[in-house]
Write a protein that binds this ligand. Structure first.
Ligand code: R2B
Ligand code: URA
Length: 306
């Protein structure tokens, strides 16, 4: 069975769970927030852009960039992690005006937990017309390192546009289409930045960084270089331009909950040329700033500041 996409009336964030209505309190455990302990509409009601990415430090840097670019008051260096707490410190969250910046860790299970709680947070806060964007790193296929890939469709390891969620011992298949207009809009924004390689393509999402992405350099490997290249070339021929580890569940959950969603990842190597990340520290830092730079322009345009 394939589940249909959600429709969020009036631009509201749509939770697809009838049980939530009967709960008198909702504790967002991994975010250190809750409906009784925090005034979520007051804290987050103005959010229009939720940006998510793997690393806490990178998401703090992005929030600081947005603070500066939006000309917000106060010292960006003083920004506090909203999810910091004595009990759990799984994710980091920063707010810069209408922009929320949250880390999600590595892999489908980690981002999935964060998205359940983030989507409920946006719902409880009565946010409307929210755009959600994953910014991250990836391994490119047949593209120059440093290229920013804007995902049109997230695909699984079989190059299929689907995410399989196991629910009560049944496999439920969910669609992983992303907003095509948003992807085009982001590509157009990229053209305004000098020397900014960007393209739209499929993104393959895997459950592992090593064997799962056809790497020869893990602790375990049972295939040859020829088999690896044959697989990666098949991926390329089916339209895949990069590989990462969160996009399918991100596309599926955001689609079901009526959130306009995009995935923007920089390729930090070309997997047809190797497996190890050999770029220097400075080059990697510069690459990682590219998705942030692009999203900053996109947000400023929407706010009439660019
Ligand atoms: C990209 O980079 C991480 C692995 O290095 C993973 O979270 C991803 O999707
Ligand atoms: N992230 C991935 O998931 N794969 C890569 O090759 C690089 C970054």
């Amino acid at each position: 069975m394939t589940e249909r996409k959600g429709y969020a009336g009036h631009g509201l964030v749509h939770v697809k769970n009838p049980h939530l209505d009967s709960m008198d309190e909702d504790i967002l455990y991994h975010l250190n927030l809750g409906t009784k302990t925090h005034n979520l509409p007051m804290m987050f009601g103005d959010i229009k852009f939720a940006c998510v990415g793997g690393s806490p430090n990178r998401m703090k840097a992005f929030a600081q960039l947005m603070h500066k670019e939006l000309g917000l008051e106060g010292d960006a260096k003083e920004m506090k992690d909203i999810c910091a707490g004595p009990v759990t410190d799984r994710y980091s969250m920063y707010k810069a005006g209408p922009v929320l910046s949250i880390s999600h860790g590595m892999g489908i299970p980690s981002i999935s937990i964060m998205l359940h709680e983030l989507i409920k947070l946006l719902h409880h806060a009565k946010c409307s017309d929210v755009t959600i964007i994953r910014i991250g790193t990836s391994g490119g296929i047949g593209i120059k390192p440093g290229t920013v890939v804007i995902t049109d469709t997230a695909v699984d390891s079989f190059f299929k546009a689907r995410f399989e969620q196991v629910i009560l011992d049944k496999v439920v298949v969910r669609s992983t289409e992303l907003d095509k207009d948003l992807a085009e809009e982001l590509l157009n924004c990229s053209k305004e930045i000098h020397n900014f390689p960007a393209l739209i393509g499929h993104t393959m999402c895997t459950y592992d960084f090593y064997e799962g992405q056809g790497r020869l350099d893990g602790a375990v490997c049972s295939f040859s270089n020829e088999k690896k290249l044959e697989y990666l070339k098949r991926a390329y021929n089916s339209g895949v331009r990069n590989i990462e580890m969160e996009s399918t569940v991100f596309a599926a959950m955001c689609g079901l909950c009526g959130l306009k969603a995009a995935v923007v990842c920089v390729a930090i190597l070309n997997r047809l040329e190797g497996d190890q990340i050999k770029a220097s520290h400075d080059v990697l830092i510069e690459y990682q700033q590219r998705p942030q730079q692009l999203i900053s322009i996109f947000i400023k345009k929407h706010l009439g500041l660019y």
